[in-house]
Design a protein. Sequence first.
Length: 163
Amino acid sequence: MDGPMTYDELVRSTERRLLRVGLMLTGNVHSAEDLTQTVLARAHRAWDWIRDLDHPEAYLRKMLVNEFLSWRRILKNRELPLAEPVERPSDEDIGSRQALKDATWQLLTKLPRQQRAVLVLRYYEDLSDEEIATILGVAAGTVRSNASRALANLRDHLSTEED
């Protein structure tokens, strides 16, 4: 492609991925859509600056995670764990796989936002600690400690549920 991509091209190429990351962060389709829409609207307003970046897609992902983390202040007292699974089970015999998925979603909703963001970026987006640190604006050591705490929290919740 000659020259920088247009805003419309960027949206077409990143919207579905941003929605999936938003879903992993929020655990809710509607919140993921709101999060993505907010980020894309802000990106449109800053397009003159964003279009000249080497990796505008990565910048949008960073905007998405930062927006999610800022919602902590807005939604702190109103955020509820998922009332139902994100995906409905199909007629196929995949009950145990679906149960595991549902349990995973429920566990993720119990994590603090920053820890959840670290796990999503590490295991869903397959980013390195340094890349995650850049997105979150923290040191790589902070990313590692958040990941460690998040996994410990998940283990604690699992052991509590088994008792």
